[in-house]
Design a protein around this ligand. Structure first.
Ligand code: ADP
Length: 257
């Protein structure tokens, strides 16, 4: 590993990520924590901890992204998640396409152009039903860990359609399905179908240029990946460490400083 030259911090609504890159832009270390209410202190502590992990007395330049990026006081610059995810994914995969980043509280579709620059994007930050929060909320209601949702959706032999387009109404629908004795995995599959339908419709608004690429924490959900391939009719590609792509892109921009 060559010397660590830059850090990126992605202060997200659900998780806070910090990554380090070396002079070649290779991701060499990272930290990820659930976002706490005192984001300013958390980000500073994570940067200090990452520097300590790497044995660096002084942290290198930091670029911040994510919804709480303005609270990352150690940053030399704040950059949008659209730009950072595009840059991170382009570098990690070596090509562009249509990127879908699904985080805890919002989802974005980004068409990646030359050099990893975003050429068009669409965003949903108004409605929880197209985000990771929708899955987290319903997982809690069903008593299933979020990390198991995807495999259970794929293992289901049947599917219970969820017609509500709102998290709150979907929850009422789930309660009545449970009351009717519906299979839990079939409900989970229906929830995934609903989320994926919304996401693919949003991605179509920027033009579905293959391949479809997934980043953000929801990319770790195998059910979302497989059902997106079915819905979009094209391969879905994942970068390594999809949840770190925003922070990675920020670190690459810090390297250019
Ligand atoms: P943000 O950057 O907006 O804070 P993330 O990109 O970290 O959010 O995504 C958080 C979401 O990722 C959660 O709401 C959850 O749905 C999903 N998620 C996190 N870890 C996993 C996992 N191991 N398996 C499946 N989904 C996950």
């Amino acid at each position: 590993m060559s010397r660590v030259l830059a850090f990126g911090v992605d202060a997200g609504s659900t998780t806070c990520k910090a990554v380090a890159v070396d002079a070649t832009g290779t991701l060499v270390a990272s930290r990820l924590e659930a976002t706490r209410p005192r984001l300013e202190e958390q980000a500073a502590a994570m940067v200090a901890a990452l520097a300590a992990d790497l044995g660096t007395a002084e942290p290198p330049p930091v670029v911040a992204t994510g919804y709480g990026r303005q609270l990352v006081r150690v940053a030399v610059r704040c950059v949008t998640e659209i730009t950072c995810h595009s840059r991170g994914v382009f570098r990690a995969l070596g090509h562009g396409g249509t990127l879908v980043d699904i985080g805890g509280q919002d989802a974005k579709a980004i068409r990646i152009g030359e050099g990893g620059r975003p050429v068009d994007f669409a965003m949903n930050d108004k409605c929880a039903a197209g985000t990771g929060r929708f899955l987290e909320h319903t997982a809690g209601r069903l008593g299933v860990p979020v990390a198991e949702l995807g495999t259970r959706a794929l293992a289901a032999r049947e599917e219970e359609p969820i017609s509500s387009t709102c998290t709150v109404f979907a929850e009422s629908e789930i309660i009545s399905l449970i009351g009717r004795g519906a299979d839990l995995d079939a409900i989970i599959r229906g929830l995934h179908r609903s989320l994926v339908g919304r996401i693919v419709a949003m991605a179509r608004t920027v033009g579905l240029e293959p391949p479809l690429i997934l980043s953000g924490g929801v990319a770790l959900n195998a059910g979302v990946r497989v059902m997106m391939e079915e819905a979009a009719g094209m391969a879905v590609v994942l970068p390594p460490h999809p949840q770190l792509m925003g922070a990675y892109g920020a670190a690459l921009l810090a390297l250019e400083q």
